[in-house]
Ligand binder design. Structure first.
Ligand SMILES: NC(=O)c1ccc[n+]([C@@H]2O[C@H](COP(=O)([O-])OP(=O)(O)OC[C@H]3O[C@@H](n4cnc5c(N)ncnc54)[C@H](O)[C@@H]3O)[C@@H](O)[C@H]2O)c1
Length: 332
């Protein structure tokens, strides 16, 4: 199989590249390195089953030869990144998704969209199941990401319904692990890097807002299962959608259902890094979700998937990754 991965030089995309290459697939990556790093894929450059194009996917995706699947992961993903690149985020979610769908249609390939728990916004339903339509402020600063992904989901379903494209949508909840950037700005990397540098951990608001944290290996397993899952033919044009539960084309949440307050996460990082507890409180950003916890029963039922890595194990591995990264930076 030959797979195109947009955003393949990013945190998640590059892990997918490793996983699929290890399983014998051919991989083509498109990435403009806006928030990704060439180091993430450096070991594969010049190897026989790997091709890399440094390119903005909103400008088009031209691939010669066969393509069996298109995984659309290109998009700034951390709040720091999408607030820094609001227009690029909207463009890659809309025009980029359109181009990626166009490639899948042209090649008769399966398409998988990396969507997000942010489609639920600041939710008034808890935990969040896929049938919840969300509570998003379209004109707030976060709207650039949330609405781009909501548009991308709508576009994906339209290609499925109109063109019969074999599509998948994964709604990814906060994921962490090796290859996050030092300045990535997500809560896990923020806390770990601050703790290792001996500066106070920044908590926005009172820290009682909740999040669920999925270790990257668990997420990858869910995504691979979703991508490889065969279509049972329960949906598409003309279907009555009587069996939504079994419809593999409708979104699937992948995340860890254990819920922690941000303060509890900070405490965990403090305990595991052994630093003395130093916390600095700052105002809560606009529209910050107060709670976040996936209902993963659909993923369990359809994919026989559930997360396996505890927060403690995942954090230990992430802390040692950031230790190596900081050490390497000091030595340069
Ligand atoms: N990591 C998470 O917790 C999480 C949660 C929800 C959803 N997601 C989704 O997963 C995907 C990957 O996220 P990530 O955490 O790896 O982020 P990331 O920023 O590390 O990776 C995104 C990649 O997309 C590339 N990119 C951005 N705009 C592009 C464009 N116009 N053309 C080509 N390449 C472009 C970046 O350079 C980067 O390599 C994103 O679509 C994100 O929305 C991630």
């Amino acid at each position: 199989m030959r797979i195109v991965i947009t955003g393949g030089a990013g945190f998640l995309g590059s892990h997918l590249v490793d996983r699929f290459l290890a399983e014998g697939y051919q991989i083509v990556v498109f990435d403009n390195l806006l928030t990704g790093r060439i180091e993430n894929i450096a070991e594969h450059l010049g190897t026989s089953r790997f091709e890399f194009f440094e390119q903005d996917v909103t400008l088009g995706l031209d691939v010669e030869g066969r393509v069996d699947a298109v995984l659309h992961f290109a998009s700034p993903a951390s709040p720091v990144d999408y607030l820094r690149y609001p227009i690029q985020t909207l463009k890659v979610g809309s025009m980029g998704t359109h181009k990626a769908l166009g490639l899948a249609k042209e090649k008769g390939a399966r398409f998988l969209l990396a969507s997000t728990s942010e489609v639920y916004g600041d939710p008034d339903v808890h935990p969040q199941s896929e049938s919840y339509w969300g509570h998003v402020n379209p004109v707030g600063p976060r709207g650039v990401y949330d609405e781009a992904k909501r548009f991308a989901e709508a576009m994906t379903m339209a290609y499925h319904r109109v063109h019969g494209l074999d599509t998948r949508i994964v709604r990814i909840f906060n994921t962490y692990g090796e290859r996050m950037r030092l300045d990535d700005g997500r809560v896990v990397s923020n806390f770990v890097v601050q703790a290792l540098q001996g500066v106070p951990l920044t908590i926005y608001g009172d820290g009682l807002q909740t999040r669920s944290f999925c270790f990257v290996s668990d997420l990858l397993e869910g995504i691979v299962r979703l991508m490889l899952h065969e279509d049972t033919g329960m949906s598409g044009e003309g279907s009555s959608y009587m069996c939504e539960d079994l419809d593999i084309h409708l979104p699937v949440n992948i995340g860890n259902p254990f819920e922690y307050t941000v303060l509890e996460l900070a405490q965990c990082v403090v305990d595991l890094t052994g630093i003395s507890r130093l916390i600095e409180f700052k105002p809560l950003p606009v529209d910050d979700p107060k709670v976040r916890k996936p209902d993963v029963s659909r993923a369990m039922k359809l994919l026989s998937w559930e997360p396996k890595v505890s927060l403690q194990c995942g954090l230990e591995s992430t802390i040692s990754y950031f230790q190596r990264l900081l050490l390497g930076k000091e030595m340069v």
